[in-house]
Structures are given as C-alpha cells and as structure tokens.
Ligand binder design. Structure first.
Ligand code: AKG
Length: 273
C-alpha cells in the first residue's frame, strides 16, 4: 500500500524518523477526530467522577470501556485545577473506529517493511490530546524505555530495534502547539535508559538538546520513528488543539508484557507485498 524508498528506510534506521505527507484524507481525519471528541467527552466525565484522586495523584489511571484513561490536573495558569488528558491507551477499545484505523493497510505496510515481518504485534493504539493550556508534555525519551528494552519482557529479535512507532497528525502540528522534537541520528547511540540517564548523557555530551528538530506536520500526515530515536514534546502554547493518534507495532515475539487495554497486543498482518 505504501512502498517505502531506500531513502525513507535509511532515514528510519539512521536519522531515526521520517514523515509521509498526505497519508490520510480529510474524511478519514474527520472520522478519527470524531472518535477523539467522544474520548475527550468521556475523559472529562471520568475526571469529574474522580476529582479527589486527580487532586492527590500526579497521574490517575482509569480503565473504562476497555481503554486506559490517564488523567491529571492542570497546575498553573487560567485553567489551573481543571483536568488534563495525558493520554488514552488502547483508545480503540472505547472507540472502535480507532482500532480499525490502527490496522489500516497503509500503517501496516509501513511498519512491516521496517520490521521485516508481515505479522506484527500491535502494542500501542493511543490518543494524545494537547489542548490549549493543558500543560501536557512528553519528556525526552526513547520509546525503547517504554517497551522495556534491557528487561526480561523484551527481546530485540530482528536486531534492529524490533519496534516501529507511527504518529498521525489529526490537526496541523505547528511550532507553537507542541510538536514532537527529534534528535537526529540518535539511533546509533542504542538504548540509553532515558530519562534516568539523561543528565549523564547531557553532561558527557552524548546528547545535545540543541540538535533537536521540531517536526511540523500537516493534518493527515504520518511520522514514523525508531525506538532508539530521542524525542520529546513541549506543552501546547497555542490556542488550537494538537491531537495525535499513535500506533506502535513490534516484531512478533519481541514483547512478553501485557499492555493495558482490552485486545492490546493483538496480532496484525500486512497483506501488501
Ligand atoms: O504526542 C507527543 O507529543 C509525544 C509522542 C511521543 O513521544 C511518542 O509517541 O513516543
């Protein structure tokens, strides 16, 4: 469905990421955004039901309709005290349209070409809302940390990271609304145990945050990134929403952990050559 060029494959394995413009059309994006709207409504209702927990904990985890809603509370500014949606993990359980898009043939063909396997285990199907003023940000990290590299639940079976993350821009992603920033060529550093080891890597000059590139994206475009590329994102400083739909695929057998969400870890198969 999407035939990757050698340049795109090199960008993934060396630079750590590439962007495919115009993968999803405006009708498809509206479909996904409708589901995000429904999730947002549910998240705020859940937040109202669990206000006390939100006040006491940095992050509150609520399983609802098979998805995990991760909620927090805004600490500063005019929205102080209001709930913030940090993420909705395995969001397609509550909104099946998103499960369907999570195994869209275009996503699967991209991931399978990079993994070297038609059969994959889908670990991530996640909604990231960044609403104006909600302070949601993602600290510098490698996805390898979240997958559990170096631990007993992960094996790099294909010897090339065994994992591909994709991010669909549901809104235009601009310099001010919290774009993902990537440190190019950080793949070669391998798994660094971030964020724990971040200060050490900065002090030794292994990582230079000045090298980070913010990625602006049109809605409907797709970012594809390697599990070792270092990335993070700032809060949304604009007045517009920045919604991103994230799906991640592992080489079969690489993961042995149970992810939150009904059906997480499902086997998906790319039908394309
Ligand atoms: O949504 C974002 O800004 C961050 C995404 C991210 O860090 C990830 O998918 O690993």
């Amino acid at each position: 469905m999407v035939e990757l060029t050698n340049k795109q494959k090199d960008s993934f394995f060396q630079t750590g990421f590439f962007i495919l413009p115009c993968v999803f059309n405006s009708d498809e994006i509206s479909d996904m955004k409708n589901s995000f709207q429904a999730l947002q409504k549910t998240a705020f209702s859940l937040a109202n039901l669990h206000l006390e927990r939100l006040k006491q904990q940095k992050e509150t985890y609520i399983m609802h309709q098979g998805s995990q809603f991760v909620l927090g509370q805004i600490q500063r500014g005019t929205h102080s005290g209001q709930p913030a949606i940090r993420r909705v993990s395995w969001c397609g359980a509550a909104e099946p349209t998103l499960l369907r898009y999570g195994k869209d043939p275009r996503l699967l063909s991209v991931a399978s070409q990079l993994l070297g396997s038609k059969k994959m285990s889908q670990l991530i199907n996640q909604a990231h809302f960044k609403l104006p003023g909600d302070e949601v940000f993602f600290e510098w990290h490698q996805d390898s940390t979240h997958r559990g590299y170096g631990g007993k639940h992960w094996q790099d079976i294909n010897g090339q990271g065994s994992y591909v993350q994709t991010l669909i821009a549901l809104d235009e992603i601009t310099i001010t609304n919290g774009p993902v920033c990537f440190i190019p060529n950080s793949v070669k550093l391998g798994h660094l145990d971030l964020p724990e080891n971040l200060n050490n890597c900065l002090a030794t000059g292994k990582i230079r945050l000045e090298d980070a590139i913010p990625i602006e994206m049109q809605e409907g475009s797709l970012a594809v990134f390697h599990p070792y590329v270092i990335h993070g994102s700032e809060p949304n400083h604009s007045k517009e929403t920045r919604q991103a739909f994230i799906n991640g695929y592992a080489y079969p057998g690489a993961n042995a952990r149970k992810y939150p969400g009904e059906g997480a870890g499902r086997i998906v198969v790319s039908e394309s050559a």
